[in-house]
Write a protein that binds this ligand. Sequence first.
Ligand code: FES
Length: 107
Amino acid sequence: MPRITYIQPDGTEQCVEVADGVSVMHAALASGVSGILAECGGAASCATCHVYVDAAFSERVGPCGEDEDAMLDCTASARTSLSRLSCQIEMSDELDGLIVHLPEAQA
Ligand code: FES
């Protein structure tokens, strides 16, 4: 099963294993990773599941969709070129070892 490492703003790391097809957002909620609110439940309409994908994985994760791109303009913490909505990143073996950084704030 692919693994994801979540890194909090204070540097605390949490590594979780997830099944293929599970979103980075759902994996965080299921594993008790703090810092992701996911108020809309994964519909790309709240921006409270904002993460910064580690630069080493940005190409592998691929570009964001149109709805996600628009929603990323509404994040509580500053948007960067590495910003993504974690509900829109589906895990797969190709993303094994993915590292995401949590923002300081989600709302
Ligand atoms: S959970 Fe709402 S945009 Fe991702």
